[in-house]
Design a protein around this ligand. Structure first.
Ligand SMILES: C[S@@+](CC[C@H](N)C(=O)[O-])C[C@H]1O[C@@H](n2cnc3c(N)ncnc32)[C@H](O)[C@@H]1O
Length: 276
């Protein structure tokens, strides 16, 4: 059965190379939307921005390209992924999220993108993030929720059951794709202030249906067949449904993500923005 934690070798059927490709495709699909929200939330210009759990630096590289004056530092625990980040023009270093090699109160903002879902206990990491942030510094956590992932039309009989089995198996790893719903409370308990939740969405009106393969296609299920959590029949049904979906000219998909953000205490007072 499944093992604890995040292992880039085992997330996709393609080993580390498969995970590198998946992370890049994931950032290509939605990071422009995410960046719009991050800028709107007010990234401190003074930096540095720490992309914590940066993986291959897919987000860090895009932030550096869009905001060249903002110093960006990528930190991650995986040497295999970090080695792919090094050629992207951003500064990266090895670090575990619960023991950051940074002095207290020296960081302008921290981004954690699809990292919290892999942490068996996020609270000590959030406390460590709060330690390194300057007063008023921004923490932005990007996550999805397994029950609020989006919409797809048409639907296929039996496919939801495969997704439910996969979600249950992932939960037994001690990590959670239900992390998003816990985050406002967790941030509050760790002392963050000005907590907001901002959804972002992308549809196949904006990008081709095929670009959603990482989220809807069968590859995500292959490792769960290897661990015995899904059957070969489950995998082949998922592949059949995806092939029908992507070749249906009327198919529509909306993918939803959430940014949960908060500020380290002690910053300047902020007036909540109101739409008038
Ligand atoms: C799904 S990947 C996301 C990578 C990147 N944030 C992105 O959006 O492409 C999760 C990342 O979190 C990192 N990670 C998981 N647990 C960690 C920890 N305790 N400390 C530092 N990095 C961690 C993994 O090595 C991996 O790079």
């Amino acid at each position: 059965m499944t093992t604890l934690g995040y292992d880039p070798e085992r997330i996709t059927a393609g080993g580390v190379a498969g995970e590198v490709a998946r992370l890049e495709a994931q950032a290509e699909l939605t990071f422009a939307e995410e960046l719009r929200i991050l800028v709107d939330l007010g990234l401190p210009h003074s930096g540095p921005l720490v992309d914590l759990g940066c993986g291959t630096g897919s987000a860090a590289k895009r932030i550096s390209a869009a905001l060249p004056r903002l110093p960006v530092l990528g930190l991650d625990v995986s040497p295999a992924l970090l080695s792919r980040a090094a050629d992207g023009g951003v500064t990266v270093a090895g670090a575990a999220a619960c023991a950051l090699p940074l002095r207290s109160g020296t960081v302008g903002s921290v981004l954690m993108r699809y990292v919290v879902q892999h942490l068996p206990g996020p609270a000590p990491v959030l406390a460590e993030v709060r330690r390194v942030l300057r007063p008023g510094g921004l923490l932005a956590v990007v996550e999805t929720d397994e029950e609020l992932w989006g919409l797809a039309q048409p639907t296929f009989s039996g496919l939801e059951a495969v997704h439910r089995k996969a979600a249950a198996a992932r939960r037994t790893t001690g990590t959670s794709r239900r992390a998003a719903r816990q985050l406002p409370r967790l941030l509050r308990e760790c002392g963050f202030t000005d907590i907001v939740v901002r959804p972002f969405a992308i549809t196949n009106d904006q990008v081709p249906t095929h670009d959603f393969a990482i989220h809807l296609g069968p590859d995500q299920f292959a490792p769960l067949v290897a661990t015995g959590d899904l059957s070969l029949a489950d995998l082949s049904h998922a592949a059949y449904c995806w092939n029908r979906f992507r070749s249906d000219p009327g198919a529509w998909i909306l993918l939803l993500g959430l940014i949960v953000a908060g500020r380290a205490p002690g910053g300047p007072a902020r007036t909540p923005r109101r739409i008038t």
